[in-house]
Every structure is written in C-alpha cells, then in structure tokens.
Ligand binder design. Sequence first.
Ligand code: FES
Length: 193
Amino acid sequence: MTDLILDSPHPKKNEPTRRDFLLLTAGAVGAVGTAYFAWPFIDSMNPAADILAQSTVDVDLKPIPAGQAITVVWRGKPIFVRHRTAEEIKAAEQTPMGDLLDPATDQSRVKKGHSEWLIVVGICSHLGCIPTGNKPTQDRGKYGGWSCPCHGSLYDTSGRVRRGPAPLNLSLPPYTFLTESTIRIGVDEAAHG
Ligand code: FES
C-alpha cells in the first residue's frame, strides 16, 4: 500500500518517494564503499618502517681502493661511490669553469674534508643509460670519469659532463658521513645533524 503511494507519478509535495529512498540507500552504500576503499590508499601514504629502512643505504668505504668505484642501489637507482686518486682530485679542482657544459666547482660536489670521495647518481643525464668507468679497466673517456655507452657523453672525475649530448652533470644524491669510513645515502648532512 505504501509502495503504491510512493510510486505515484504525482507524489504530494515534500512526501518522500521510493526514488528518494533508493537514492538515500545508494548514497549510504557509496559512503561505506568509499571509506572501505579509501583506507588502504590513505594507509599507503604512511610509509612502513621497512620502507623507511630501504630509503637509506649505509656503505662501508674501506674496501674501495683509490682509483676505483662501486655501484650501490638506492631507491632503485645506481649510485656510484668513487674513491678518487690525488691526480683525479687535482684534475677536477683545476678545471676552468669555462670548459664545463654545466659549470660547477669540484668543491660543491663533494663533502668538505672528504674530497677523495665522489658520490653521484650513475644515470646519464641524456636518456638515462648507465655510464661505464667504475673500474679502471672500463672505458672512462678522455676526461677520466665515466663514458656513456649509448651516445658517447663523457664525464670527468667530478662527474661533470664534458661532452654531450648529455646536458647536465651526474646528479648528487643526499648522503652524509657517519664515520670517516662509512656513509649513509638517503639523508643529507643537515637532516642527519
Ligand atoms: S644516454 Fe648517455 S649519451 Fe645518451
């Protein structure tokens, strides 16, 4: 009997209809559904402890001989950790700014008091290939840093681009020295305190 009244094509003014009821019901289900599906999304925005742990990588520098570099993976990216020789440091420091495609002093690319260690993201700034040169036996190009096997860009011993097509220097990840022989990649000095 009530249904018949609500289904009337001419309900009295302000009288709820079945359509109103169905809309209200659908709205309530929709709200519950939204809450149910939104939670995992919102929860995923709070990184879990294991994810936070992966966001930093500690590297023991002692096994890396002068003149060589190793690659460590940080947040899915290759990070080159290079132990520079005195000659490589000198070459990087004495390069005139006018010779650089992306001018930056060597001092601005290393930590004060640790100029023998160069830490860069090992991704070519052209199209993202991984340059060679971590081992002395690999091609390092005429500037002694790294050589990109894809289109021939060359980087120097400060990771600065010296020949294109790469437009930019190898970028610098955030890192800090925990001790004289250990670095933590993923946190910068200021944040680490
Ligand atoms: S990706 Fe390195 S030169 Fe093109």
